[in-house]
Write a protein that binds this ligand. Structure first.
Ligand SMILES: Cc1cc2nc3c(=O)[nH]c(=O)nc-3n(C[C@H](O)[C@H](O)[C@H](O)COP(=O)(O)OP(=O)(O)OC[C@H]3O[C@@H](n4cnc5c(N)ncnc54)[C@H](O)[C@@H]3O)c2cc1C
Length: 290
């Protein structure tokens, strides 16, 4: 392990200053479940690690019908899936928080860290994109917000500038009759990286789909918002045929590579299967939602 300075600020301003002083040689630490592994293999050479877990804004977890969910960037996955409002209102977020790693990882690792780590296979990011989440960022030049689908810039790369921190994630309150789901394919039951993953959110309006959002994992350099497939579903009936057609459209948004986990062909096929299943599940959940 390389030598680095460890700092644990208590305020947001202090955290930003500590990050800004070191520029690219500083990394934030939320749960550390990705970062510590990356430091050990020298993926990042750092002078300073800034632990954000002691800053109140990074630990917020609040829901209101007016504002929706505010999820501090260091809130661990277990607090997310143990929260009854999240499981009722944002089931796709519950799905992904519940399957990231095992219980030890979920007790430290955060949804914010999963997003900031920007792995193409990250399980929380498709759920965030499907739910219309926004990343709330603060840095030396002030605050800004970025839609989740625009936050990742490449494998392990984000739109964060030197000194900037992901402070929290906002998700709008669900409309009536909304359902969402995240499903992934892995070669074994748990503790593996997704060969493909799909998150969807669906809003029903009587006997038709009012709107839908479909997002894909592990099939491109970043998580992908399948805009055409999502838009195509608006106004359509939630029939098997329309679900199948949307799944075919989602396959066109996938730009996978072949690697040790799967081939291009397998991953595109999986996007079709997982989109179909996650749409069916989200539609069922939307019908059951109050
Ligand atoms: C055994 C094991 C199993 C795993 N299983 C899964 C899995 O099934 N699915 C999955 O998606 N991932 C998995 N992971 C990866 C990891 O646990 C998750 O990505 C987790 O959500 C990361 O959260 P964290 O809080 O630990 O992030 P950290 O490790 O603290 O940070 C991750 C990265 O984001 C940066 N960062 C963190 N917080 C901020 C911030 N607030 N602002 C700016 N940058 C920030 C860090 O500098 C670092 O580069 C696994 C890891 C391990 C070790």
């Amino acid at each position: 392990m390389q030598d680095f300075e460890y700092r644990a600020p208590k305020t947001l301003n202090e955290a930003i200053q500590l990050m800004a002083e070191k520029g690219a040689k500083a990394r934030a630490l939320a749960g550390g479940t990705d970062l510590l592994v990356q430091l050990r293999v020298k993926r990042y050479i750092v002078d300073r690690v800034v632990d954000v877990k002691h800053v109140p804004e990074f630990n917020e977890l609040s829901y209101s019908d007016a504002k929706g969910l505010v999820l501090g960037a260091a809130v661990p996955c277990c607090r997310v899936y143990e929260n009854n409002q999240i499981s009722a209102k944002y089931p796709a977020l519950y799905d992904s928080a519940f399957l990231i790693g095992g219980i030890q990882i979920q007790s430290r690792g955060s949804i914010g860290g999963n997003l900031a780590n920007a792995a193409p296979s990250a399980d929380a990011i498709p759920a965030l994109i499907a739910l219309g989440a926004t990343a709330n960022i603060a840095g030396p030049k002030g605050k800004r917000s970025v839609p989740a689908e625009q936050f990742c810039a490449g494998p392990g790369k984000t739109v964060l500038q030197d000194g900037e921190l992901l402070v929290s994630i906002s998700i709008p309150p669900p409309q009536q009759h909304t359902g969402s789901t995240y499903i992934r394919f892995i070669p074994r039951n748990e503790m593996d990286i997704a060969v493909a993953g799909v998150g969807v959110s669906v809003v029903l309006n009587g006997s038709s789909i009012k709107s839908a959002r479909i997002a894909l994992a592990s099939v491109g350099p970043t998580p992908i918002y399948a805009a055409e497939a999502s838009g195509w579903l608006a106004g359509k009936a939630p029939t098997d045929d329309n679900i199948l057609q949307a799944s075919e459209a989602a396959k066109k948004a996938a730009k996978p590579i072949t690697d040790m986990r799967g081939t291009i062909e397998q991953r595109i096929h999986l996007v079709g299967v997982l989109t179909k299943r996650s749409l069916q599940s989200a539609i069922t959940r939307a019908k059951e939602a109050k």
